[in-house]
Design a binder for this molecule. Structure first.
Ligand code: ZN
Length: 84
């Protein structure tokens, strides 16, 4: 499991202990489903590829888009940034 670090703003628990970090699980892409099935066979336990940490400033945004795959989510984020 990765240490808490907001995937959105890159703040982490050490430098911003006032923030709360939560893991958001996104929809798995087909590639991830296949990969995880393979890893399960090998008894691999690691950070789920479809999950990312978010601080409490960005958790709501991430949660409202967790029906997307992570890849699709970052596309949404970059489009939103472009339109500003
Ligand atoms: Zn953040």
């Amino acid at each position: 499991m990765k240490p808490p670090l907001c995937a959105f703003c890159r703040k982490n628990f050490r430098t911003h202990s006032e923030l709360e970090f939560k893991l958001v699980r996104f929809k798995k892409s087909d590639v991830q489903v296949v990969k995880e099935a393979k890893l399960k066979d090998e008894n691999f336990v690691g950070h789920p590829a479809n999950a990312e940490w978010f601080c409490n400033e960005h958790i709501e945004h991430a949660k409202t888009h967790s029906n997307l795959t992570l890849q699709a989510y970052w596309l949404v984020v970059s489009k939103e940034n472009d339109s500003e």
